[in-house]
Every structure is written in C-alpha cells, then in structure tokens.
Design a protein around this ligand. Structure first.
Ligand SMILES: [Zn+2]
Length: 166
C-alpha cells in the first residue's frame, strides 16, 4: 500500500504544476510543403531536451510540460530528411502553434553533382540546364534552356543524345 501512494504522489505532482501554469505547450502541424498536407509519424522534438512527440495521421502533434524558455524544434521523417525551427519562445501557460514544413525528397538530387547520363552512361553530350530569363546572346550548344518556370524539384542536366533531363 505504501508503494502505491508513493507512485501516486509522483504522478500527481507534475500535473499540479501544469494546472498552476508553470509549463508551456507546443501544438503544431508538420506538413509536406509541396502538397500542403499533413505528414503522419514525423518525429518532433526540442533540441537539447528529452521532450518530443510523433505526429498523428493528420500531421498534428502536442508537446507539453515544457519549461519556459527558447527552444529549437527539430522535425524528421524517414525519406524527407529533417528541418529545424530555431528560437521558439515558450512561456508558462501558453500554447504555441508551430507549422513545420518538410520538403519532399527530389528525385534529381542524386544527379546534382553527377553529369553522367543515366541512359547512355556518358558525359560528352550532357549539358547543364539553364532556368530563368535569357539575357543577351548565349551559346545554346553549351546548355539546355528550360524556360522560366522553376519548381522546387528540377532536373540539372540534359543529355542531347537521348533528349533526357535528369
Ligand atoms: Zn545520354
């Protein structure tokens, strides 16, 4: 019986502190930036503490029992890498809403520093792809002009032999 009371005391103590407004709370949402939809099962934690949470099916999370202060909030999910929101101020008895975005992995990233064409396996017909406005005369043999539209995931190279962007 004595042990039971002891455990009960331990668990009641922190909840009393919350009730009196000593701690802050972060409520947030982790989204895929490109599709603007929630990401489930992302890990969210406060750097330098053992406080953290995982997002639910809608990408939402709650971290409570946070001592007032400034924190960096880090988010990661397999296949997306990670992102950090720095200097989030948590005050007592305050709920802070945080929207974190994780960029989707870009299929062209692995070719960024590799101009070998994945189709012919050669480099000699591969030119860099240029985006943006063409100013003045440019030698079109040395690059491939892809226009002005830039998304967050664009190919970097063009193989003239295979007419393939990668
Ligand atoms: Zn090729």
């Amino acid at each position: 019986m004595k042990l039971k009371y002891y455990i009960l005391t331990i668990f009641i103590f922190p909840s009393c502190l919350i009730a009196f407004g000593q701690f802050g709370k972060i409520q947030g949402q982790v989204n895929d930036i490109r599709e603007n939809k929630g990401l489930a099962f992302a890990n969210v934690w406060l750097v330098g503490t053992n406080l953290g949470a995982a997002t639910d099916l809608n990408g939402q999370f709650v971290i409570d029992s946070i001592l007032p202060g400034k924190y960096d909030i880090k988010t990661s999910i397999i296949g997306y890498g990670d992102t950090t929101l720095t200097g989030v101020k948590i005050t007592s008895d305050t709920t802070v809403l945080v929207l974190l975005g994780l960029p989707r992995p870009c299929k062209y990233d692995k070719h960024r520093n590799n101009k070998t064409c994945p189709i012919c396996g050669k480099k000699n017909k591969v030119v860099p792809i240029a985006y943006g406005l063409m100013i003045g005369k440019m030698n079109k043999r040395n690059f491939y002009y892809a226009g002005c539209e830039i998304t967050s995931c664009d190919p970097n190279w063009f193989c003239k032999r295979d007419k393939y962007k990668f």
